[in-house]
Write a protein that binds this ligand. Structure first.
Ligand SMILES: *[C@@H]1O[C@H](CO)[C@@H](O)[C@H](O)[C@H]1NC(C)=O
Ligand SMILES: *[C@@H]1O[C@H](CO)[C@@H](O)[C@H](O)[C@H]1NC(C)=O
Length: 576
C-alpha cells in the first residue's frame, strides 16, 4: 500500500513546477543576502498596495523572527560571482518563458521537445498564470499579459483539479495582485475571484470537503474519493481571497476543512493524533486507507497548518496546535536514521499495520524548510536538527548521482531505524562504548573535554562544499527520474535565509547547473529519465534575477503557497 502511494505520481509540480517555483526560489536563493530590514527607509510610509516585494511596510510580525539578520560583507569577487549567477538564472527563466510564449502561450504547458502544448490543468494557461509573480519579482513588464488573463474562460467544460486550480491559478493571481503596482492589477484579483466563485459548488458536499476533479460548467464530479493534499491545501489562497474581496465565503470554506481534520477521530480512520491518511471519501467523511505521507498526496496539508498560522500572523492558535501535533507524531513514527551519520529519511507510514518502508520521495524535501521555520516560530530546537538531517539527505541525492540531479524516490536501506534524538548521529560502536564499564569507571576522574572551537563563522562559496559527509552505503534508488522538482531548492532557500550560511546557496547553484546541463532543450527545459545517465524529456522553466535589495520577499513578511507564490502575511482573524 505504501508502494501505491509512491507510484501514483503526484499531480502537483509536474512539468512546470520549476518554471515558477524554481524561478522565484532560486532567484532569491542565489541572489539575495539576508540583511537587516534597515534597507527600507522607515520614513517612507507606503500604502498596502505599494510595498510590492518588501511586504506590508507597517507590518511587523508578533511571532518570532524567521530570517536571520546578517550584514554580509562581500568581496568584489564574491559580488561578481553572485551577479553572474543571478544573470544566468534570469536568462534561463527567459529562455523557458520564450519557448512557452512562442509555442504554447495560453495553454497550460509547453512540451519542450516536440514544441507542442498540453493542458493538464484545465487549459486556463497554468504556465502563464504561474509565471506572472516570477516576472514581477524580476521587474519584468506584465503589461501584455493582463489582457490574456482577462480573457481566461474560467468555466471550461472539462474536469479540473480543484487543488491545482487553487494553488496555481488562485494562488498565482493573488500573489501577482499583491506584488504588482500595475494600474490595471485589479484584473488579477477579479479573475481570482471569478475562479474562486466557479469552484464553490465543488465544496457543496456532505462535509464541505471539495471534490477532487470537478467540472465548473456542469458542476459534476466523477468520484467521491480525494486525497489529503488535494482537500486541505486551500487555506492560504482562500483566506487571502476573502481578505481582498471582502467576501468571507472563501475563508469559511477553508476553515470547514481545517475543522474537519481537527475533529477527525478514530472512527473516521485517524489512529495517531495529527497523522491523516492520504485517501478520503468525501461523501462519508472518513479516511479510506491507513497510509500517512509527507510526500505524494499528503505533503501540503501539513505544510499549510504552519503556513496559515504564519499568514494570519498567529491569530488562530488552532493552526499552531494542529501543526505541532502532526510534527510530534511524524517524528515519532515516520522518521528514520542510519547509525553513525546525520542523514535522516522521512518515509510513508501505515498506521494500521505499524509499517513503514524506508522509501522517501523528492516531494518530501519541502519538509526541511517547513521544520526550520516551525522550529523558530514555536521554539522547537530539535526540529532544526531534523530539518538539517533531512536536507542533507535531499542534497546528497543530487550530489551523489552522475548528473547531479536527484532521483524521484529512494530508500534508506536496511540499516535504517526509527529516529531517536538520544542516538541520532552516533555509530553503533559509540553507543556500545557509552555504556561500557570503562566509560563508567573512568567517569569521575575524567574531566569534561574543552568545548570545540566555534567554526570559522561563514565560509564562502565552493570551498564549503568539501565539508559535506560522504554517502551512506545502502541507499537504493527506486525511481530514477528527475521531474524538475523544486522542493529541495525551496528548503535550501529557507535555510539560507534563516542561517545565512552560503553553503545553501552553493547547493542551489549546483542544482541549477545540473538542470542547465541535462534538462535544457531547444525550446525550454525537460525532465530527465535516469539521473544516473543523462538527458531526456518534459517541460519546465526557471529562475531569473536582477539587482534587488536583500530583504526582498522576506520570510518575515511573506509566506509562500505550495506552488511558491508569495502571499502577504498580516493579522487576520478567520476563526469567527
Ligand atoms: C522546437 O523549437 C526550437 C527553437 O525554435 C527548434 O530549434 C526545434 O527544432 C523545435 N523542435 C521541434 C521538434 O520542432
Ligand atoms: C458520491 O456519494 C453520494 C452520496 O453517497 C452518491 O449519491 C453519489 O452517487 C456518489 N458519487 C459517485 C461518483 O460515486
Amino acid at each position: 500500500m505504501t508502494k501505491n502511494v509512491l507510484t501514483k505520481l503526484p499531480h502537483r509540480w509536474r512539468y512546470i513546477g520549476l518554471v515558477l517555483t524554481g524561478s522565484i526560489i532560486l532567484y532569491t536563493t542565489c541572489l539575495l543576502l539576508p540583511m537587516e530590514p534597515s534597507g527600507i527607509n522607515p520614513t517612507v510610509v507606503l500604502t498596502e498596495e505599494t510595498n510590492r516585494l518588501y511586504g506590508l511596510h507597517n507590518f511587523v510580525s508578533r511571532l518570532p523572527k524567521v530570517q536571520r539578520d546578517i550584514i554580509t560583507e562581500e568581496t568584489s569577487e564574491e559580488r561578481d560571482v553572485r551577479e553572474q549567477r543571478r544573470e544566468s538564472i534570469k536568462q534561463s527563466f527567459l529562455y523557458g518563458w520564450n519557448g512557452y510564449k512562442t509555442y504554447a502561450l495560453g495553454a497550460d504547458e509547453l512540451k519542450p521537445l516536440s514544441n507542442r502544448s498540453s493542458n493538464p490543468f484545465g487549459g486556463l494557461g497554468a504556465t502563464l498564470v504561474d509565471s506572472i509573480g516570477t516576472m514581477l519579482i524580476m521587474e519584468l513588464d506584465i503589461d501584455e499579459l493582463l489582457p490574456l488573463i482577462q480573457n481566461i474562460n474560467v468555466k471550461p467544460d472539462e474536469p479540473m483539479s480543484v487543488f491545482e486550480t487553487i494553488i496555481r491559478y488562485v494562488g498565482g493571481l493573488l500573489s501577482a495582485f499583491e506584488l504588482s503596482d500595475h494600474p490595471k492589477k485589479h484584473i488579477l484579483l477579479d479573475k481570482a475571484e471569478e475562479i474562486g466563485l466557479a469552484l464553490l459548488p465543488a465544496f457543496e458536499t456532505a462535509f464541505g470537503l471539495p471534490y477532487y476533479h470537478f467540472n465548473p460548467l456542469t458542476k459534476v464530479s466523477k468520484t467521491n474519493t480525494t486525497y489529503l493534499a488535494d482537500a486541505a491545501t486551500i487555506q492560504l489562497e482562500f483566506i487571502t481571497l476573502s481578505y481582498h474581496t471582502g467576501n468571507p465565503i472563501f475563508a469559511e470554506k477553508a476553515q470547514v476543512i481545517t475543522d474537519f481534520l481537527d475533529s477527525a477521530d478514530y472512527s473516521q480512520g485517524v489512529t495517531v493524533p495529527g497523522l491523516y491518511p492520504t485517501d478520503i471519501n468525501i461523501a462519508g467523511g472518513y479516511f479510506k486507507n491507513s497510509v500517512i505521507s509527507f510526500g505524494a498526496m499528503g505533503d501540503s496539508a501539513y505544510e499549510y497548518f504552519l503556513k496559515q498560522y504564519l499568514l494570519v500572523d498567529g491569530t488562530v492558535p488552532q493552526f499552531a496546535r494542529m501543526y505541532e501535533q502532526s510534527i510530534d507524531s511524524m517524528k515519532s513514527h515516520m522518521l528514520v536514521q542510519l547509525p553513525g551519520v546525520k542523514f535522516l529519511y522521512l518515509t510513508p507510514y501505515d498506521t494500521d499495520r505499524n509499517l513503514k518502508t524506508n522509501a522517501m520521495d523528492h516531494l518530501t524535501c519541502f519538509v526541511p524548510g517547513m521544520l526550520a521555520i516551525g522550529s523558530k516560530i514555536f521554539n522547537r530546537p530539535d526540529d532544526m536538527k531534523v530539518a538539517k538531517g533531512l536536507l542533507d539527505t535531499c542534497v546528497h541525492m543530487y550530489r551523489s548521482s552522475n548528473t547531479h540531479l536527484s532521483p524521484e524516490i529512494w530508500s534508506a536501506g536496511k540499516d535504517a531505524v526509527q529516529y531517536n534524538p538520544m542516538t541520532y548521529g552516533k555509530s553503533e560502536e559509540e553507543l556500545v562504548e557509552a555504556r561500557s564499564w570503562k566509560t563508567w569507571r573512568n567517569r569521575n576522574i575524567v574531566r569534561p573535554p574543552p568545548p570545540l572551537k566555534k567554526q570559522e563563522s561563514i565560509q564562502k562559496f565552493s570551498r564549503v562544499l568539501d565539508a559535506v559527509p560522504d554517502t551512506p552505503d545502502g541507499t537504493v534508488i527506486y525511481d530514477t527520474r528527475y521531474l524538475l522538482r523544486p522542493e529541495t531548492i525551496e528548503s535550501l532557500f529557507i535555510m539560507y535565509r534563516m542561517t545565512g550560511d552560503p553553503v545553501y546557496q552553493e547547493y542551489g547553484w549546483l542544482i541549477y547547473q545540473a538542470i542547465e546541463t541535462y534538462c535544457k532543450t531547444k525550446s525550454a527545459y525537460a525532465s530527465v529519465r535516469n539521473v544516473r545517465l543523462s538527458k531526456m524529456d518534459i517541460t519546465s522553466n526557471q529562475i531569473d534575477s536582477m539587482e534587488t535589495p536583500p530583504d526582498l520577499i522576506s520570510l518575515d513578511k511573506f509566506v509562500f503557497n505550495t506552488e511558491a507564490h508569495p502571499l502577504l502575511r498580516r493579522p487576520m482573524d478567520v476563526s469567527k
